[in-house]
Design a protein around this ligand. Structure first.
Ligand SMILES: CC(C)(COP(=O)(O)OP(=O)(O)OC[C@H]1O[C@@H](n2cnc3c(N)ncnc32)[C@H](O)[C@@H]1OP(=O)(O)O)[C@@H](O)C(=O)NCCC(=O)NCCS
Length: 170
């Protein structure tokens, strides 16, 4: 069941999304702040997509495949709330990754507001977290625009500055 926002169409990921996952997650530009770097092989994209689809099967929510309402067949990104390990602790994490061609139009903010609203108001999640590299000003701005607050740091990248932990609660 797709969800709509003012401009976006959000739907559960499906097997046909593989090429879009690889295109977006394999682009060095969308991984500038990702210490793991871009995906380099299609089987890595398949593993990621399978993880997302399994999360949906188990929990009934997770990462959405994102298109605009104007062009529903053109995937522009992926994002939403799903489980992620923060060191040893499992957290409900807001994440997003958009194709470069979709940047700068407020889509990450629109997706993030929808995802957090859905998680807190409809799923009745108590708390949602987000993890961001300290130099990633655009992503930090998105999190702060939607009302998330910086509460902690996480030393998750050996030899580099810690990531920033943001949260929002019901
Ligand atoms: C980061 C990312 C999600 C932003 O998406 P987007 O749709 O362009 O974001 P939005 O337009 O909703 O908001 C970005 C905000 O940051 C601002 N911004 C952009 N670049 C910036 C920079 N270098 N420094 C400070 N602010 C910046 C924008 O002006 C905008 O703020 P505004 O609405 O007040 O003008 C997108 O670039 C992306 O997908 N990157 C690759 C994946 C990624 O890094 N994901 C986050 C991992 S934590």
């Amino acid at each position: 069941m797709p969800r709509i926002t003012a401009r976006l169409l959000l739907r559960p990921p499906q097997v046909d999304d593989l090429a879009s996952v690889f295109a977006i997650y394999g682009d060095p530009a969308t991984n500038q702040f990702n210490p793991a770097g871009p995906l380099t092989r299609i089987d890595q994209a398949q593993t990621l997509l399978t993880q997302w689809m399994t999360h949906w099967e188990i929990h009934g929510y997770g990462q959405w495949t994102i298109a605009t309402r104007d062009a529903p067949d053109c995937v522009i990104g992926f994002g939403g709330v799903d489980s992620r390990k923060y060191a040893e602790t499992e957290r409900l994490n807001l994440g997003y990754r958009f194709a470069v061609t979709a940047w700068g139009r407020g889509y990450a903010t629109e997706l993030s507001r929808a995802a957090v609203g859905f998680g807190l108001d409809e799923l009745k999640l108590r708390q949602i977290f987000a993890l961001v590299r300290p130099a990633h000003a655009a992503s930090i701005h998105v999190l702060e625009k939607i009302g998330m607050q910086r509460v902690d740091v996480l030393d998750d990248v050996p030899g580099q500055l810690p990531s920033l932990v943001y949260t929002i609660s019901r």
